[in-house]
Write a protein that binds this ligand. Structure first.
Ligand SMILES: C[S@@+](CC[C@H](N)C(=O)[O-])C[C@H]1O[C@@H](n2cnc3c(N)ncnc32)[C@H](O)[C@@H]1O
Length: 255
């Protein structure tokens, strides 16, 4: 794992508390595109983190196992979801038996894998006709304040070269400029699933701070950005709450 991929470990509780979940419509779309109900399906959730997606798959009745490489994220997962099985490992070397799964999910995790390894690994552990689903929750850049904030994030990280190549990463970037579909898997079908949540401004800032770009930057640099952002957003939303609007970009391929 890269330093950046490991950055979540020190901030697992912040991640679990402030990262958004996923809407029911996403799981409806997964069922539609795979042609199979989640209930009773054998699912492995790869890069499960603290279990935000795993918990929802479990609630839909999937027989789900989580796979997570990070110490801190795995510990937070076990604390938050003691009833859901987790195995340590990563997408490039799945600690799973061959042909044993109907579905693999990578919720905001595919980009941390090396497709030269993770695609063959996915093929190995899926049964014939099984499917792989990857998705990302992106703040919707069609919303003016979100687009403006995305511009400030890019300026902050890339204008000053704070993080070098890779820049803002998930904080402020969306779909096409950050993620690529796996090479070597044909026939992806895709859906965009819009949804929103209204939260306190402080929780929005904590959500931003849980992205790997800020985790690598450290506390002082993060505070510099979030303090300025608090002032700007309070002028727009004086009641101290914001509506975060998201679009989940989902892609499903069958093997
Ligand atoms: C952005 S978090 C997503 C967590 C969770 N799936 C969610 O939806 O909240 C990315 C996760 O991928 C994990 N990760 C990093 N490198 C990985 C790899 N090569 N294979 C699988 N997971 C990896 C990180 O430890 C982290 O928990």
């Amino acid at each position: 794992m890269t330093t950046r991929a490991r950055s979540f470990d020190a901030a697992a509780a912040l991640y679990q508390a402030h990262r958004p979940a996923y809407p029911a419509a996403l799981f409806d779309a997964v069922e539609e595109l795979t042609g199979r109900p989640l209930a009773g399906s054998r699912v492995a959730d790869i890069g499960a983190g603290t279990g935000i997606a795993t918990e929802l798959l479990h609630a839909r009745g999937a027989e789900v196992v989580a796979v997570e490489p990070g110490d801190g994220m795995a510990a937070e997962f076990r604390r938050s979801h003691p009833g859901i099985p987790l195995v340590r490992g990563d997408g490039d070397r799945l600690p799973l038996a061959g042909g044993a799964f109907d579905l693999l999910t990578y919720a905001q995790a595919w980009h941390w894998t090396d497709p030269a390894r993770s695609v063959p690994e996915a093929r190995r552990v899926l049964r014939p006709g099984g499917a792989l689903a990857i998705w990302w929750n992106d703040l919707d850049p069609a919303v003016p304040w979100i687009a403006e904030q995305g511009g400030r994030l890019r300026d902050f990280f890339e204008g000053d070269g704070r993080l070098g190549a890779g820049g803002a990463g998930g904080a402020g970037r969306t779909g096409a400029d950050f993620r690529t579909l796996p090479q070597g898997l044909d026939g992806f079908t895709t859906r965009s699933v819009p949804w929103s949540r209204r939260i306190r401004l402080e929780d929005h800032l904590a959500n931003l701070a849980s992205h790997s770009a800020f985790l690598l930057l450290g506390e002082a640099g993060t505070r510099e950005f979030t303090d300025a952002e608090r002032e700007r957003l309070l002028a727009l939303f004086p009641d101290g709450s914001v509506e975060e609007r998201y679009v989940v970009g989902l892609s499903v391929a069958r093997v």
